[in-house]
Design a protein around this ligand. Sequence first.
Ligand code: MN
Length: 436
Amino acid sequence: MSALSDLHATLDPSRRSWVESANDPTSDFSIQNLPFGIFSDALNSTRRVGVAIGDRIVDLAVLEGAGLLTVPSSAAGGNVFVRDALNDFIALGRDAWRSVRIQLSGLLAHDHATLRDDAELRSRALIRQADAQLHLPVQIPGYTDFYSSKEHATHVGSMFRDPKNALLPNWSEMPIGYNGRASSVVVSGTPVRRPNGQLKLPDQERPVFGACRKLDIELETGFVIGQGNALGEPVACENAEAHIFGMVLLNDWSARDIQQWEYVPLGPFNAKTFATTISPWIVTLDALEPFRVAQPVQEPEPLAYLRHDGKHGFDIALEVTLRPQQSKQPTTISRTNFKHMYWTMAQQLAHHTVSGCNTRVGDLMGSGTISGPTADSCGSLLESTWNGKNPLELKEGGVRAFIEDGDELTLAGWCQGDGYRVGFGTCVGQILPALK
Ligand code: MN
């Protein structure tokens, strides 16, 4: 039996788990998914590696300790699952990720009795998600954010420059990006404080200092580097996906008024550095394989270093909701799909490294705001309210031009299979008032 056929079996839509909640067709965490994260719980405050299955988390350190899970030893030593970040596990390489995926899929399959019928071990190895705390899944050496949705770039270019020439000439030739701030990437659930900064009001010559008045989201995904490249050694586009461990949801919080004043000529700075929220579970590229689709047609044909054969888009449904502090019901403010993205993750990584720039295990690459072709598929309030001119109506009354204090923003994302989902869970953040 080859390793690839074992890997293929983990994607079989008919595979079911003895963890009943994983078989719910609306569960993000089917047995086909098996995303990795870092968790702790009330009984054990040690942070460790877990895999989500239905409404549970599998404690990989417990399974390894019981001899049910084997991983190749690493340069960093054993016990890669008793860590406060996934980096040491990821650094073991793709064969190790796949081996763990194959072993877990087998152990959790409905007809596999070893763990299913061992009540004592099961009670130690399976933790309720409701009882656990999820932490930032990786230690992130560097964070880069791209600008790769044609619809988003067209909207922004039309708003601030010229609707007839919305895209700058370089946009169709390369995935535009900037170096972001890794230190302020936080895990879902972490409150986000409204930033203070320089605001340039249209009727005044000089800026004022104060709280951001145009606080916004950016609906994005991010990918996590699983295999770095050495300084001076670019990653070829054809080979770039082999360097990716997996994907998360990412909210690139943005202070539009600070951004508009500061971004010329070097791009965003304080408008983006105050926080970036990611979802706690990293969905592996292996789990996303059945949802691969063709990327949009690229015209003009990219330069040779940005070419790759085959399909490099992914069909990931995305949704954003906004819930004011006093409201029970959230309002859906966007529905879109990752498949609309013009530049692929492989092209982003090839472009990022073509200069010789190195990447490291755990580096985070933001997709750029994901907007779709329809009015309700904008990935930012900047676009959906047209810079605040057309506020959105909320379900329980009231309107929003931009985010207000106490508002809770939630991103959700999932791939829809036949009777099952490969989901990302949620990426949540509530806004705290600015410091006085
Ligand atoms: Mn962004």
